[in-house]
Design a protein around this ligand. Sequence first.
Ligand code: TYD
Ligand code: MG
Length: 473
Amino acid sequence: MARKNTRYVCQSCGAVHPRWSGRCDACGEWNSIVEEIADSAPIGGKAGKGGKGGGNARRLALVALDGETGQVARRRTGIAEFDRVSGGGLVPGSALLVGGDPGIGKSTLLLQVAAALGAETRVAYVTGEESVDQVRMRAERLGVAKAPVGLAAATDLTTILSTLNGPDAPEIVVIDSIQTMYIDALDSAPGTVAQVRACAQELIRAAKRRGFAVLLVGHVTKEGTIAGPRVLEHMVDTVLYFEGERGHQFRILRAVKNRFGPTDEIGVFEMTGKGLAEVPNPSRLFLSERDEPVSGAVVFAGLEGSRPVLVEIQALVAPSPLGTPRRAVIGWDGGRLAMVLAVLEARAGIHFSSNDVYLNVAGGLRISEPAADLAVAAALISSLTGRPAPQDSVVFGEIGLSGEVRPVAQTEARLKEAAKLGFSRALAPRLGRNAGGAGALQVRGIGDIADLVMIFGDKAPAARAALLGGAEA
Ligand code: TYD
Ligand code: MG
């Protein structure tokens, strides 16, 4: 009987079909038809009844933009890195999605968050992935076993929702993970697009109605039958991605969407034997410690959300045995690397075409800022010429296609962070008239890619020597 309530909708054109098929007849798209729950209550009243001008249909009261708003009491966890990324704590009635690769630490993070909130409010942690005993063992390991958190192992969403409807319903609900939850009314298996969307929709609706904040865990998965968090991004209020390189213990929580706060904010954690530890000063972490200067390593003064972060960019340029040389990038955009290589080639006459190029951002950080262009270019030239970059310098700036170096946002904050960590010089875009931001740092203005080549290249050893040897002089 329940099956009558489902329908098959093309995700591409919206056409409704009576049964599933591989191709939508209406638009011709393949694999776009997905099972959905049909709305049981018709929207806006039945057409027959509405014929007489919609008689006793309920109407909305439209209000002015300007009005009294109840102060939203955000729930702070006390885990500063998490609070900042979430925009200052959890908002009642909101939905937050934490996405990430399996094994990256999502369950660990949310158990720590749940435990931190348990002290001041009612928190429920519903796991569909592990048994109660497994979660208890983890809580023991994290040292939060005594925290007042309501724990349940369940996957049937109907049961979960009726629990959340009870008299002392929790104010914070963690669902780990949305891919394991299912609704009986749907034929599809848990983890399919239809189930994931329907479950999330029900949870979000309940959260809005009852005013609890729901935190959903979503595994990022390869394209296939299992639905990843992408299908949920537009439904939830906040999307956080938990990322990191498997070989590193550092984890970065990144806001990619936030209706209640800034995006591009990051929180940095370190996975330890006792769970995730906050890293309040990430710059130290992304700089590799070494006494001897080496070629190809450049410190980039970057910006992650509101925070300046220094990170080392490493390049290796080596003669290629292949006809088509390799370009391998970790932590940066491959397209952007191709652009920087092309600009160096066309505007400065530096040729990489017979060389393999490897680029790596130290510490497992992922950089998306164009401001890293200049640091990447410096690392590439340094590796090619075998000349180390000045060790006490940071580098930043955006490179345009004509080879010019453009100013970037928040120069002052970047320079300040560099000075704080003991750097004394910066290679940066030429500062404008109000160049007050340099502070203790000696800034060398780079107007053009040619200026950079002067520093590392063979063409002007004197200029290079001046910068390298400045400290000794
Ligand atoms: P987990 O939170 O289970 O990942 P996810 O929920 O994203 O799949 O984290 C699993 C990994 O974290 C696992 O490889 C073990 C490691 N870990 C630690 O190193 N220290 C700890 O204290 C905990 C709880 C886990
Ligand atoms: Mg997990």
